[in-house]
Design a protein around this ligand. Sequence first.
Ligand code: SAH
Length: 360
Amino acid sequence: MSVEPLHAGPLTLAQRLTRMILASGPISIAQYIAEANAHYYATRDPLGSAGDFTTAPEISQMFGEMVGLCLADVWMRSGRRPNPYYVELGPGRGTLASDALRAMEQAQLAPRVHFVETSPVLRECQQARLAHARFHDDLDTVPEDGPLLVVANEFFDALPIRQIEKTQAGWRERVVVPRPGREGEAFVGMAGERPMEAAVPAALRDAQDGEIYESGPAGAAVGFALAQRIARQGGAALLIDYGYEGPALGDTLQAVRAHKMTDPFDDVGESDLTAHVDFTMLGNVARQAGLRVYGPIGQGAFLTRLGIDARADMLVRTSPDRADEVRIARDRLVNTDQMGDLFRVMAFTHPDWATPEGFA
Ligand code: SAH
């Protein structure tokens, strides 16, 4: 079947997806998210007040410092294994890495730096911050000859999820089609025809019509690859995200643009698409690979146990003019009505490694 071009010049992402759907049928929610986010991250630096959203490391240096301290401490208590690597997944502007590495240096730990990042725009920001960093498209090419100290902050939430909806006919994969009357511009999500009963955990199958079950095959694959590497090479990982303990029902797909929620099916590739992370699933894949799993615990509890309050006091003493700024940032990261409970921290470690601080 041939499809008439919608447009003479180079196609926009919306036009390209529309042509693809007209030619070969509706695409899955997962494929839609993958296409949208690949375009989104490849074409901009989305972080900070002038961008679309702000992450914990962009709020304060204290966040990256506590992450770095946690990893340095667990490395020291696990026998200071030689030749460690700092590996970050989706490092954004490189802010977390530069704060974490500075904190590690104080503990006499200077790992080599490897980033898993697909966005050329963000790679450039990261290289400007950390000239020695090496880049990878995925974990496959990360070196294998030393333990891995891994960080992923707001990385897993950007990976595609599938959505499965309970309909009168049974559980069906949700799909994306052009929005009637706005073909080539906007889309709409709806239950498709593919039966998916087998993908829904038995305990959730008896749900009301309209309920949605999400699964994260991409997150599971990255989590498993990461866990297998740590099982072979030694090391520890800290995964920090907005997430839940699954399995659970609920539609968590969100779009954010200029710090406001928008419709995920409007302006494809121009807003940040995320879904909440199923920490139970991540914990299970790590255990399958033979690792120890800690958490998830609230970000607030984690940062407090690692000493963010003492660090805030120290920053206030050295620059009293910044006291308000430091206190406000500390509260944003820690308080339960801000990021402290919504964001969770999970750790994976090699079974011979010590328990990371913060997960008492
Ligand atoms: N960790 C940073 C940035 C979070 S935004 C912070 O906390 O500020 C998500 C990051 O993941 C971006 O750097 C984005 O380019 C990257 N990313 C998204 N999807 C990716 C993928 N599939 N593979 C590699 N990196 C990805």
